[in-house]
Write a protein that binds this ligand. Sequence first.
Ligand code: 13P
Length: 301
Amino acid sequence: MNEQQKKIRAMLADRKGILLVHYYARPEIQEIADVLGDSLALAQAAARSDARVIVFAGVHFMAQSAAMLSPEKIVLLPRLDAGCPLADMAGPDAVRKMRQDHPDAVFVTYINSTAEVKAESDICCTSSNALKIIQALPPSKKAVMLPDGNLARHAAAATGREIIAWEGCCPIHQALTGEDVAARRREHPRAVFAAHPECRPEVLALADFVGSTSAILRFARETKAMEIIIGTEKGILTQLAKENPEKTFIPASDALFCDDMKKISLDDIERSLTTMQPVITVPRQVSEAAKKALDKMLAVS
Ligand code: 13P
């Protein structure tokens, strides 16, 4: 640990705080995490923790979810501009309108969404529990999944259920093409390919494994393959390399880099713990409804 990392750990101890870090965050922040995890693990950690302060090294919707799951805690997001373009692809008015068009459908909302959209939903999901949540719905029910169309199509194909897809996407995963994957496979003919379900259907069709960030980490530990092409944001390579020093990980494309997930630096965390700002809060009316959808997800997970 360098001096600044030590200082941040001491400040966290002093404020009874914990640092929750997503696998896509900068390596020097991953190193000092209390919990390093995928979206689901971080939401579960926020709900269970008895800390007084949660510092989130992720993006805005993750900190919002933590604030709703732990309303008694102070939730800090060191950079307010760390957003998620996918989350911004669905707004509450459009979701209300779609509910009118599909009055009998269950609205399953990806955690990569705003609190206002979660508040219009029946249940949330992440990429690690989406299939389980769809399978737990009554068989006669059709589902609307939002805002990630690729995740919705993957869930429909994997479960055989009727799912209406909202046409949003993560621009980072969407940028990965089948041609990129084919090129990497030509360069590394013995490699297997693991992809996140936010990738396009043509990319998922080429994958040896499809799963969330934590599922990709599990796959990488368990596979006998020594070379693995990775179809998700490059930040995950830090943990993949740490857990599997003998294996080689190849990003499926150089474009798999999320600026938003890399915004928060050690300086930002130190400043945030000094000023105890910016605090993420959600208006009570919104959070009451949105938390119900999050709680239902956690109950099924
Ligand atoms: P995970 O649930 O796999 O952590 O997905 C995070 C995410 O935001 C993908 O873009």
